[in-house]
Each structure stands twice: as C-alpha cells, then as structure tokens.
Write a protein that binds this ligand. Structure first.
Ligand SMILES: *Cc1c(COP(=O)(O)O)cnc(C)c1O
Length: 384
C-alpha cells in the first residue's frame, strides 16, 4: 500500500520486501568461539540498509555487507539525536530452526519510538520480514551454545542536514546483528544497585517509555559514579516520594512474602516513565499462567503498581523482601543482592547459584521458549 500525501498528490513508496536486493560479502569473517563472546562487541557479515527520502519514500531494501554509514555531519541524528532503536534476539533450537522471541512487540515499539521523534512512518510487519531474511542470511552467526544468541539491533536515524530544530524528513534504517554471549560476564551472578534520585532517567511526558537513543547517554555519568562507589548499576528513583522505576536499562521487579502465604510480584506501572519491556510483559504473562505457577512452590500474585524506596526499606526490615530482579532482552534476568540508598546498603537474602526461586523459574522458562525447547502461545517465531 503506497502512502498518499493528500495535499501534494505525490505517492511515496512504502517499505516493500519484494524489492529486496541481497548482495553477499566476498570476504566472510571468521566466527569467534561462542565461549569468548562479549555482549555486542562482534558484528556479523551483513546488514539491512534502507533509506527514506521525502520525495520518493522508502528505498528498495538491501541486505549488503556490513559497512560504516556515510553521514552528513549536519545530519539531524548527529545534531539532535533523532535516533531510535530496538534490541531483539535470534536463537537456534535443537531442530536447527532460527527463532525470534515475540518480535511483533519490538516492531510495534519501534513504530511508536519513530513516531515519537517524528521520524518517517513505516510498516513494522514488513521490517520484520526483512529481519527474518537477515537472520537466514546470517544463520551461521547464531551461536548454538545455550544462553548465547544473535542480538539484532534495528536502528533508525534522522539524516536531514540542517541546524533548524525541526523534524528530520529523511532517514536511514539499518539492522545489524551481533553474536552474543551473556550480557554480564560471570554468568548469573547477582548485581548491586545504587539508588539515585538527584539525576532522573525519565519523567512524565518525556520519552522514557520509548526506545530513543537520547534516553541513554545522560545515564552514563551516574552509571560511572555508581561503579566508582562499587555498584554495578543505577536504580532510577523518581519524584519527592522516591518511586522506584527501572534499573540501568532494565525493568525492575520485587518479590515479597505475603502474610497469608504465597508471593507478591510487583513492578512499576507503564505510566510513561517506564520502558514497556518485552521481558517485563513476558514475566507478567507467565506469572498469571497456572502451568508456570507449578514451577514455583508458592502461588504468585503479580501487580503493576507504584512503590517507593521507603516501601523497599520497610519490606526489607520486615523480612518480606525475598528477591529483586532486573529484566531485559540483553541479559534476560539478573537478581539483585544489594541496593545502596542514602549512605547504607539494603541486603537481599542470599540465594544458591545467584538466583532465587522466582527469578530462576522466569529465566529458565523464557530461555526454554526462546530456544524452542518449550512452547508458550505464539511467543517463539520461526524465521522461515
Ligand atoms: C530495552 C529496555 C528495557 C527492556 O526491554 P526488553 O524489551 O525486555 O528488552 C528496559 N528498560 C529500558 C530503559 C530499555 O531501554
């Protein structure tokens, strides 16, 4: 379906997978052993490359050898950070089929992120077809070692040159791929968090609910300060009441013991300051599923609701705070062993193997679905 612009009568080309041109590299790289992979440091042989021109629309998509981009230094993305991105993973299961995990959610989110920065609109379902083609082309790059995957990074940047603070009418869309080992070296070791409230990651009406590039670099300095003080990541706190929002670039959950038996699983609601994570949504859906509940000895009650640092302090004092979890595509899930807050540390109960029962059940279930060992709805999508 072509995009009609009513006032000009010009017909702009939509993203069209039937126009795909594939150019394979003549110098394929050596694939590093899966055991040596770091997160996001090695890139595969090819990339998806498409441009948008306001006069003609989306270009014929290409899969071509991985290469640097050529950008005008006055480009909108260089000057104003009109950048949006996604993070998703391809896995290869025992049956040899490459699979994506709930990729439509990533496509819907990328459409929303692009719209938030007034970047050109596109059909995420068509982009997903192109991503599947890239995964097929890069099949040999998907590590088969369990816990490893081919991380995919769809990215759209505004390319219109100019210093006027206006939307970019042109754009470049690339999808690059990176064979990846565990996000945190050292496996599922728990992480420590430093609660930070003097800098904020997101605020009401801002862009925290979108995956826009400009959300992340302002977090680098607080991250560096947290590391200097001996913590792994920042726990982002917002507002006078010190609401807990996210940890680093991951969604945050706590697991609490209930007075009447069973467990509460709590994560902050999607009020615009929280990135609507695919992993977050998957944990909430699993928690509500009776067959998943059987993996945990006690019944699990999931809630999306606000909580504060005071709540965490109180729950910890009462001995109810059992687990704190950070979740996201890159690491899937890591548990928290310590939270620094106002000069002292809140310690979480020690768990054997670095994961409590709820964290472990989520992590194992999600990985099994991603690797095609177990089915859950239509979450695992074969690249065919
Ligand atoms: C990407 C991201 C997450 C996790 O989202 P997933 O879809 O689960 O990968 C959480 N918080 C922030 C700020 C993010 O950028």
């Amino acid at each position: 379906m072509a995009i009609e612009t009513p006032d000009s009568g010009i017909t702009l080309a939509p993203l069209d997978v039937s126009k795909l041109k594939v150019t394979l590299t003549s110098t394929p790289k050596d694939i590093p052993p899966a055991e040596s992979l770091k997160f996001g440091k090695t890139y595969s042989d090819h990339m998806v490359f498409i441009t948008y021109d306001p006069a003609t629309g989306w270009s014929d998509p290409e899969i071509k050898p991985y290469a640097p981009l050529s950008l005008d230094p006055a480009s909108s993305c260089v000057q104003f950070c009109s950048n949006v991105f996604e993070g998703m993973k391809a896995y290869v299961g025992a049956d040899g089929t490459p699979r994506l995990f709930r990729p439509s959610l990533n496509m819907r989110r990328l459409e929303r992120s692009a719209a938030r920065l007034a970047l050109p609109p596109f059909d995420g379902d068509v982009l997903l077809e192109l991503i599947k083609r890239l995964v097929q082309v890069e099949r040999r790059w998907i590590p088969t070692l369990s816990g490893c995957s081919l991380y995919l990074r769809p990215t759209i940047v505004g390319t219109m040159p100019g210093f006027s603070v206006v939307p970019s009418e042109s754009a470049t869309l690339v999808v690059i791929a990176s064979p990846s080992g565990p996000y945190f070296s050292g496996g599922v070791k728990p992480v420590s968090l430093l609660a930070v409230s003097d800098t904020v990651r997101a605020w009401p009406g801002g862009t925290g609910g979108h995956k826009v590039g400009g959300n992340y670099s302002p977090g680098f300095l607080p991250q560096k300060i947290a590391e200097k003080q001996g913590y792994n990541m920042v726990l982002w706190i917002f507002g006078e009441d010190k609401s807990v929002t996210e940890a680093g670039a991951m969604n945050f959950f706590v697991v609490l013991k209930r007075d009447e038996g069973g467990l509460d699983l709590i994560t902050p609601p999607l009020d615009g300051t929280i990135l609507p994570g695919v992993t977050r949504s998957s944990c909430l859906a699993l928690a509500a599923d009776p067959s998943f509940q059987k993996n945990i000895a006690s019944s699990l009650h999931a809630h999306e609701r606000k909580f504060t640092m005071n709540d965490i302090l109180l729950w910890s004092k009462e001995g109810r705070l059992l687990e704190a979890l950070c979740v996201g595509t890159a690491a899937i899930l890591v548990s928290v062993d310590r939270i620094g807050y106002e000069g002292s540390d809140i310690f979480l109960p020690k768990c054997e193997g670095g994961l409590g029962p709820v964290g472990r059940a989520f992590r194992e279930k999600i990985l099994a679905i991603q690797e095609g060992k177990e089915e859950f709805g239509e979450w695992s999508v074969p690249c065919e």
